[in-house]
Design a protein around this ligand. Structure first.
Ligand code: ME8
Length: 657
């Protein structure tokens, strides 16, 4: 029977370009969607972008464009990235879509009319990064631990959602439905949050402070809080409050997020849904989602991915070098769903060579080459069955069951490990049965038929099972095996066995995953970098400095991000007499370190407190073991050097144009 399945990703903020983290979540959602299609379920998969709020308004201002222009630009990057990664979302939502604005206002009005939204005055610590007020308990050393930033104290009149009213009911629901939030560690985290009294949620911002948001329908002086706006996207995309999609898919809703946004999804959202149900005089279960699936964080080479560290992993760059499918396979196999994982290109290459080139690629070409050599590429009718054939067939059935069990619980890494156990078993079976010896044995014909038949069936099963993760590879395998297209609902046939009819004509196998020569990859990357920067005739440093620069266009100049920064600390870099290590406040979440060649012209005490102008988007570089994240501008007159400073004190982070 076809069951509905609705899967969503977070809608991503448009204040940053898509990176590995966004790609991972969206690939997981895609694998879940494809897996359910393969299982014959009726699937809807939604992703999109979150476009209102302080963060976006600030990012747009830094770029000197309107928030809408800015949002259009970055939202477009997300929208266009997904097909490149073979993502098959059915819908892409933007919180600036007119229908979404209408839905948010309608829900606000309903909850307000029911008395669950009220006006009050509130003072609290607001973190711009989180876009919410933080409780004292959440602060670590007075800072937001997520953004390592001191919150700003804000006191003002605002509207509040009576979240506390639903605390007990939510706790009860989670306890009665242990897989409402999964894996379990996150359920426990949420129950721990709920063991303390919940405060009501501030859900508005006065327009005097923020205009980039949805106006409250009952008070036009305010816009709604970004989370109240964003979470509702999951309903808007289905056409709430009516229509077929809403009726079919909302009862089967599952959300997918990383641990960073657990609280909004596990506490704000279900209590909002309970309030909506109460306003409509319906049971809460009519509105509560089925599961919240929470994954861990990707770190890069053991560190948190961040722009300032310059270690942001761009999915398309990897996909271009290694192929989209190996990239999808790697992230799905490498990360244990729910736990953090560390990304490195070396690990990707290792997995590619061992799992894809060796295990899968070799077994595939080995079996098909034998089939062509001994049976003209035709799948033979099976000869009599022996215990080891039965054992291998049983293993395929068992793997198909385990695969479903693990995938249904979002343990995709386990499902893949289980499929890969078939490759090991297949190879062992080849070695044990020695088809090459059977081919020489005049009596070996029926046994060889059985062995080749069993191996072909195994490969056909593998092709179907890997389809959600590597659809093109799966289709290629299916084409070569004469299985035809892999279609919705095909999963059931794997457990039943016999995907290939006797006499099916197969084709010569292509090399599915040619081994990667790591040295070649490095050379290719270096070449690509060279290509990106047109070769210039080599000049001595002096020549270069003496020559006037060629003309540049305004667009080229616009690529250089110049900012005002205040020197927080300065110290000479050991073992050099020119370099000074500066810690700068450039109006960002964390201070920046910049190494400047000013030590012969300034003492540290002359620099601390001074304002300087920096090139903020210069690629980080290591100077004498210190990573420098930018460059300080200075006027050079012969041997004299003086740093450039704004003529009036300016806010750190101000753009210099
Ligand atoms: O929070 N590892 O948007 P966002 C794994 N707009 N996943 C990561 C990651 C990492 N290092 N970094 C980001 C928002 N992600 C809100 C959501 S939903 C109603 C509103 C992924 O752009 C992961 O899915 O900050 C995480 O939850 C999400 O990006 C946060 O995206």
């Amino acid at each position: 029977m076809s069951r509905p399945f609705y899967i969503t990703t977070p809608i991503y903020y448009v204040n940053a370009e898509p990176h590995l983290g966004h790609a991972y979540t969206t690939i997981v959602a895609d694998v879940a969607a494809r897996y359910h299609r393969l299982a014959g379920d009726q699937v809807r998969f939604q992703t999109g972008t979150d476009e209102h709020g302080d963060k976006i308004a600030q990012a747009a201002e830094t770029r000197g464009v309107t928030p809408q222009q800015y949002a259009d630009d970055i939202s477009g990057m997300f929208r266009h990235l997904w097909p490149e990664l073979h993502i098959t979302n059915d819908y892409f939502i933007r919180t600036t879509d007119p229908d979404h604005i209408e839905v948010v206002q309608a829900i606000l009005q309903k909850v307000f009319n029911a008395g669950d939204i009220y006006k009050d005055s509130y003072g609290g610590n607001y973190c711009v990064g989180c876009e919410r007020f933080l409780t004292d308990k959440e602060l670590v050393d007075g800072k937001c631990p997520e953004h390592d930033q001191e919150p700003v104290f804000i006191e003002e009149e605002n509207y509040f959602f009576r979240m506390s009213k639903y605390q007990a009911a939510l706790k009860e629901h989670i306890e009665a439905n242990p897989d409402f939030i999964r894996p379990e560690r996150y359920k426990n985290e949420v129950l721990a949050m709920l063991s303390e009294p919940l405060e009501d949620l501030c859900i508005s911002r006065p327009k005097s402070r923020l205009t980039w948001g949805i106006t409250l329908p009952f008070d036009h002086e305010f816009v709604t809080y970004v989370w109240f706006d964003a979470l509702i996207n999951y309903l808007t995309g289905l056409g709430w409050p009516s229509g077929d999609n809403f009726a079919t898919f909302w009862p089967a809703a599952q959300h997918l997020i990383a641990k960073d946004i657990l609280k909004p999804h596990a506490i704000f959202w279900p209590t909002m849904l309970m309030a909506l149900a109460a306003a409509e005089e319906r049971p809460a279960t009519d509105y509560l989602y089925q599961h919240l699936n929470v994954h861990g964080y990707w770190n890069v080479d053991q560190a948190k991915m961040s722009k300032s560290l310059g270690n942001v992993v761009r999915p398309l760059e990897l996909a271009e070098i290694y192929g989209v499918e190996p990239f999808r396979y790697f992230v799905m196999r490498e990360m244990s769903f729910g736990l953090d994982s560390s990304f490195s290109e070396e690990l990707l290459v290792e997995r590619y060579n061992s799992d894809l080139a060796n295990d899968l690629g070799n077994l595939f070409s080995r079996v098909l080459n034998m089939l062509h050599k001994y049976r003209e590429g035709k799948v033979p009718a099976p000869g009599p069955e022996q215990p080891e054939d039965t054992a291998l067939n049983r293993l395929v059935e068992a793997v198909a069951r385990e695969y479903q069990r693990e995938n249904n619980q979002f343990a995709f890494h386990k499902a893949l490990a289980s499929v890969w156990s078939l490759m090991g078993a297949g190879n062992k079976y080849v070695v044990a049965n020695e088809p090459w010896a059977l081919a020489k044995d005049p009596e070996g014909g029926p046994r060889l038929d059985r062995v080749l038949h069993t191996l072909c069936q195994l490969l056909a099963s593998v092709a179907v099972l890997i389809w959600p993760v590597m659809p093109l590879t799966a289709e290629k395998m299916a084409g070569v095996l004469g299985l035809g297209r892999i279609s919705d609902g095909m999963l059931a046939s794997v457990a039943e066995g016999g995907l290939l009819a006797p006499d099916t004509q197969t084709h010569q196998p292509p090399a599915l995953f040619p081994r990667i020569d790591t040295a070649k990859v490095k050379a290719k990357a270096a070449k690509a970098e060279q290509k990106a920067q047109p070769a210039k005739p080599k000049k001595t440093k002096k020549q270069a400095a003496a020559e006037p620069p060629a003309e540049i266009s305004i667009d080229e100049f616009a690529k250089v991000r110049l900012k005002v920064a205040t020197v927080l600390a300065a110290e000479p870099v050991p073992k050099t007499d020119k370099l000074m290590k500066l810690s700068l406040d450039a109006g960002e979440a964390e201070p920046r370190t910049v190494v400047a060649g000013v030590a012969q012209h300034y003492g540290p005490e002359e620099l601390v407190g001074k304002q300087v102008v920096i090139v903020a988007n210069l690629k980080p570089a290591k100077l004498r073991g210190v990573t420098s994240q930018g460059m300080v501008l200075a006027a050079v007159d012969g041997d004299q050097l003086c740093v450039v400073t704004p003529s009036k004190p300016s806010k750190p982070g101000s753009q210099v144009r």
